[in-house]
Design a protein around this ligand. Sequence first.
Ligand SMILES: Nc1ncnc2c1ncn2[C@@H]1O[C@H](COP(=O)(O)OP(=O)(O)OP(=O)(O)O)[C@@H](O)[C@H]1O
Ligand SMILES: [Mg+2]
Length: 392
Amino acid sequence: MDVVVAEKLTKEFNGRAAVRGIDFAVRARECFGFLGPNGAGKTTTVNMICCFSPVTSGRLTVLGMDVRKHPRQIKSRLGVVPQENNLDPDLKVLQNLLVYAGYFRLPAADARPRAMELLEFFDLADRAGERVDRLSGGMKRRLTIARALINNPEVVVLDEPTTGLDPQARHLVWQRLRRLKERGVTLLLTTHYLEEASQLCDRLVIMDQGEILEEGDPRGLVSRHIGREVVEVGLPGGYAQIANTPCAGQPEGRFGTGVPGKDDRPEQRGVTLPDFGGPDPAGGGTGKVDPPEPAGTALYRLKEYGPPGSLPGTAEWGIEPENGIKMILHRVDSLIRGHLVVGDNIFLFPRDSGQAVLQALQSLPVPFAHLLLRPATLEDVFLKLTGRGLDG
Ligand SMILES: Nc1ncnc2c1ncn2[C@@H]1O[C@H](COP(=O)(O)OP(=O)(O)OP(=O)(O)O)[C@@H](O)[C@H]1O
Ligand SMILES: [Mg+2]
């Protein structure tokens, strides 16, 4: 049975949609992730699941019950870790858990051993008698997660469970969450850490601006959108500001299709390239007349930078700056399935061999800041789909 089912789920705040008709289903015993930049609608979505915030329209069931009709029953079977810690700072660590156990009407005789067991589980047992306001941020986070488990929930919803934790504490939490999953608990989490999503999630959705852009398992998403490897090309200083502008034919802030045959090849942007002796894809190469480029495209802006050498670090290599990025893309065009410009870097997604792309680039007379071949990650998928980093 699906544990959470959303159909056309919508949430508006004062007439403004924060979640726009999304559909998803969370299966029993899986770990399901919501990824997305700031303001994507992740917290809004999980708050509806936790029955904290009413649904504007659409359908949402949790454990087979409609959130509108059975909020109490649902809450009694959920564990919730909110984005902001809301522990009682005046109470001691153990008391925080016991008071919470009281909300679920756990008999006192059961609550204390259960609370101590949870403190052990999260390495907080030696802090049981400490006031909460004396704990470090990471300890508070672990205590908040411990608290969410006091009622032995079937489903645990965690809104950014490890934000602010040091790497060791984060790994400890991941380990504990994995153990919970092994015990049959269904996990829903939002996160800004792509590694967290890769490590924990069986399936995930990538959200942006209240919509779901993609859904799948982490590995499948990476291989579908990016491939196996990424070649990172560091651009010399002055290129960064130029490269990081949208190109013609691409929506603002989103780059590259990654779809074989539909990639944002320079040729398909209506740009003719000089022949630098690279692989010559159909339609590319010399002999064409440049069509006019629409104002505001990356290439148009490149031309606004004036004569060769007007950018720092380009004078000595005698190549017109506007040709640098074109040259890189042209050189590897038939070897890649797509590319993305991220700050000072171009990420190239090799069709087959990353080594072949590296070799092709090394033959160019361009002073790269760096060249790097690395495995493709969920972060690449995220950047490609949302057009920006996780901190929005
Ligand atoms: N109580 C509220 N009243 C009005 N607008 C709200 C409210 N809560 C959220 N929003 C708006 O809804 C949108 C989604 O916010 P939400 O908190 O769900 O994003 P998020 O994906 O959790 O972001 P973050 O990664 O920063 O936590 C934002 O535009 C936000 O301003
Ligand atoms: Mg949030």
